[in-house]
Design a protein around this ligand. Structure first.
Ligand code: NAD
Length: 259
């Protein structure tokens, strides 16, 4: 159903972005993969994604930098002629009490988790509107709607992403361009794995207790959401059945924020 569509997915060398990339590739889209990591591993990922029908390119732009984010879109358009689907997924986390929160971590989280989405959308928006079709998907979080202690920068950035999502939705609505936020609860990825140690330290509890009493305690389903579930939702949002879904926060949080 997405044959001929070009999808740029930020932070797609790992975790949720990679899961969304697989799902969009299965649906026939051409892909621009982005993210950090070992070049051999990234090449292997691109080869696996190219086993589907679409073309696959890799762009290692560093999205902490405004010019890097804008350049990712410009280079994708130069290579493929158009960008139809933009998934803003790249993100980082840092867990610390507010009075100890490192200023450089605050700046990096706001730059990557919030500002990079603005810069990519800013570059992709005019050509999308002109083409009459566009799908912008921002991977936000349940933390776009509720907070947790010790995640000040992340929660602030994700709430900001939701505000940006709604604004872009209104501006894109007359032109066939939708913009939505996918808001996962906890998904087992390197981002979550890496915060378990810091969370254990910040709360003074063991690793197993973090998984049971902090992470899965929030989710009535008592399981992590999967990258395949998020990929399926992204494909749906790109299809004709989702033409009227815009400006929405789509929760994939196992009931977390229903409580
Ligand atoms: P991950 O660490 O597995 O993947 C992050 C991706 O971002 C990687 O591809 C990484 O290379 C890329 N990245 C990091 N810094 C970058 C930079 N400067 N420039 C370009 N790319 C960069 O994490 P994930 O869990 O898959 O997270 C993906 C998104 O999902 C993030 O926005 C995160 O906030 C969000 N999210 C994750 C969860 C979860 O439980 N894992 C829950 C809610 C929301």
């Amino acid at each position: 159903p997405l044959a001929g569509r070009v999808a740029v997915i930020t932070g797609s060398t790992s975790g949720i972005g990679l899961g969304i990339a697989h799902a969009l590739a299965e649906a026939g889209a051409d892909l621009v993969i982005n993210g950090l990591g070992d070049r051999d591993a990234i090449d292997a990922t691109c080869t696996a994604l190219a086993a589907h029908s679409g073309r696959v390119a890799y762009d290692g732009a560093n999205l902490l930098d405004a010019a890097g984010a804008a350049g990712l879109i410009d280079n994708s358009i130069a290579q493929f002629g158009h960008v139809d689907i933009l998934v803003n997924n790249a993100g980082i986390q840092h867990v610390a009490p507010i009075e100890d929160f490192p200023v450089d971590k605050w700046n990096a989280i706001i730059a990557l988790n919030l500002s990079a989405a603005f810069h990519t959308i800013r570059s992709a928006f005019a050509p999308m509107k002109a083409s009459g079709y566009g799908r912008i998907i921002n991977v936000a979080s349940a933390h776009a709607l509720v907070a947790s202690p010790f995640k000040g920068a992340y929660v602030a950035a994700k709430h900001g992403v939701l505000g940006l999502t709604k604004t872009v939705a209104l501006e894109g609505a007359p032109f066939g361009v939708t913009c939505n936020a996918i808001c996962p609860g906890y998904v087992w990825t390197p981002l979550v794995e890496n915060q378990i140690g810091d969370t254990a330290q910040a709360r003074g509890i063991e690793r197993e207790a973090v998984i049971r009493d902090v992470l899965l305690a929030a989710q009535p389903t008592k399981r992590f959401a999967t990258v395949e579930e998020l990929g399926a939702l992204a494909v749906f949002l790109c299809g004709p059945g989702a033409a009227s879904i815009t400006g929405a926060a789509l929760l994939v949080d196992g009931g977390w924020t229903a409580q």
